[in-house]
Write a protein that binds this ligand. Structure first.
Ligand SMILES: N[C@@H](CCC(=O)N[C@@H](CS)C(=O)NCC(=O)O)C(=O)O
Length: 200
């Protein structure tokens, strides 16, 4: 069995997979020096590992895989940790993971870029404002759910929490105003204060 290789630097969505590997306590190699903005993900060699041409990717045994949330679910299932084994619990992990990727991720990234990352003269405040509007409903949904649940699936931290909190982390980085959704703010801090989350 080959050792797991995680491809991508911590300052990218590879952070999610590095966090996951830390939670699982598994050994891995990291190929961090991938110039993903400079086309390094589009070489035939890289595309043979991750057909989507982005980071993160993993090589594990003889497989290559992309998509951060899918990679994390694969690792959870493989190591039989941080994921329920029953059909409903496992599907709820997928449910939250699809939800965060389709309803939260893009707006949170746009907010990060246009409220914090770009030099001020290149930011488009209207994009940040639209992101806040677009995030209002998904964050309200999450806030309501967290009013009754400590973790997203079952009684313990799972890969669903990791996938969701890793996206919320962009909100923390950009000082997004979570004051209207205090359960989300508290939950995000609970997840991000886990030792394995400190991958930078
Ligand atoms: N949905 C993908 C998105 C991956 C992605 O867009 N990664 C960025 C870096 S964080 C990337 O590879 N950018 C290079 C590019 O877009 O060409 C995932 O979650 O893995």
């Amino acid at each position: 069995m080959g050792k797991l290789t995680i491809m991508g630097p911590a300052a990218s969505r590879a952070m999610r997979t590095l966090w996951m590997a830390g939670e699982l306590g598994i050994e891995f190699d990291q190929k961090a020096d991938i110039d993903f903005r400079g086309g390094a993900c589009r070489t035939p060699e890289y595309l043979a590992v991750n057909r989507f041409g982005r980071v993160p990717a993993i090589k594990d045994d003889n497989i290559g895989m992309g998509e951060s949330c899918a990679i994390n679910i694969y690792l959870a299932k493989k190591h039989k940790k941080l994921i329920p084994t029953d059909l409903v619990g496992e599907t709820q992990v997928l449910e939250w993971s699809f939800w965060v990727m389709t309803e939260v991720e893009k707006s949170m990234l746009n907010y990060l870029i246009h409220a914090a990352m770009l030099p001020e003269d290149q930011r488009k405040p209207e994009i940040a404002e639209q992101s806040v509007k677009d995030l209002a409903w998904p964050l309200e949904v999450l806030n309501t759910y967290l009013g009754k649940h400590r973790w997203l699936v079952g009684d313990d931290f799972t890969v669903a929490d990791l996938n969701v909190a890793a996206v919320l982390a962009w909100g923390k980085m950009s000082k997004f105003d979570f004051s209207a959704v205090p359960n989300v703010a508290e939950y995000m801090d609970r997840c991000l204060s886990r030792p394995a989350a400190k991958v930078r």
